[in-house]
Design a protein around this ligand. Structure first.
Ligand code: HEC
Length: 122
């Protein structure tokens, strides 16, 4: 019983110290928002994905033919925290050597990245 107020005070001071850093983090995250995402169109990205990527990757549940199951599906990619719209955009600007040399424009890349990201479970 004697320790109760002590614990209370400790947790209150922790909370007070944590508040500014949470705020700083939030501001940093806002600053890190990927620029290509502005105005990107996930629906157009899906069309592109079905056209360009579905011969290898599973890009959508409504894809008519199942692609190679050994490759990461776009759902896998969406769930991987390392793949954000920014890292996807960077990757797609200079694709993996095992992927065909696609030359995608900036708008196409942004739309694809936005689409893949939209598959992430909310
Ligand atoms: C000809 C087959 C082929 C096509 C078409 C293709 N890819 Fe890939 N992709 C691959 C292969 C193979 C890998 C995996 C290579 C590895 O893991 O080493 C890969 C890996 C990836 C990865 C990295 C996944 C990870 O977790 O490492 C992303 C992202 C990706 N592809 C996106 C796309 C997008 C977007 C398109 C369409 C614009 C596309 N790919 C079209 C074959 C393809």
């Amino acid at each position: 019983m004697i320790r109760c107020p002590e614990v209370f005070r400790l947790s209150r001071s922790r909370a007070r110290n944590a508040a500014p850093s949470v705020l700083v983090l939030a501001i940093l995250m806002l600053g890190a928002m990927p620029m290509p995402a502005v105005g990107a169109d996930a629906a157009a990205g899906k069309t592109l994905a079905l056209q360009w990527c579905s011969s290898c990757h599973l890009v959508s549940q409504d894809q008519p033919t199942a692609a190679s199951v050994s490759l990461p599906s776009f759902y896998d990619i969406a769930q991987d925290p390392d793949w954000t719209e920014t890292t996807l955009a960077t990757f797609l600007a200079d694709p993996h050597p095992k992927m065909p040399n696609m030359s995608l424009g900036n708008t196409e890349i942004a739309n694809l990245a936005k689409y893949i990201n939209s598959l992430r479970p909310q």
